[in-house]
Write a protein that binds this ligand. Structure first.
Ligand code: 5GP
Ligand code: ZN
Length: 137
């Protein structure tokens, strides 16, 4: 638990939240400033800053839980689609530095924007990037 972390406090129940599900590892709650109706967050109770910090076992459990919550959201909210979003670092839009997964229900005609401009690439560039990342695994 990080004393100055709001999501540690929410995860541990020290700050009230609109909680959908809770177990010993995770809390699933509604985002207080939702992108759309039913925008959920999955928060580990243990503090991890970001994806680089998260251990594989917790990540596996978290994504398994995400599949269950996503199906429940689809059934309950009758959304037309759903985005899974997870931001790491300020440049990527992370504002709360405690790992969390966004589940954002999508509805026909909603104003949610999660877009980027696709760039051209060439084969040699793609191969060089593949090699660099592969070597770093
Ligand atoms: P990020 O931008 O870090 O990926 O997402 C942080 C999310 O946490 C935002 O969507 C924001 O609305 C939400 N959030 C920030 N503070 C609180 C809070 O106190 N309670 C809840 N339920 N959500 C919060
Ligand atoms: Zn925290």
């Amino acid at each position: 638990m990080k004393d100055d972390c709001i999501f540690c406090k929410i995860a541990k129940g020290k700050i009230p939240s609109a909680t959908i599900y809770e177990d010993s590892h995770f809390r699933v709650l509604l985002d207080v400033n939702p992108a759309s109706k039913g925008h959920c967050l999955i928060i580990p109770k243990e503090h991890f800053d970001n994806i680089y910090d998260l251990d594989g076992e917790t990540a596996g459990k978290l994504f398994s839980l995400a599949t269950c919550i996503a199906r429940a959201m689809k059934d309950a909210l009758h959304c037309d689609g759903l985005n899974v979003v997870q931001n790491n670092g300020e440049i990527a839009g992370q504002t709360v530095m405690h790992f969390h997964l966004h589940l954002i229900p999508r509805y026909e005609g909603d104003q949610v924007q999660l877009t980027w401009t696709p760039h051209e690439s060439d084969q040699s560039e793609l191969e060089a990037i593949c090699q660099a990342i592969r070597k770093a695994i």
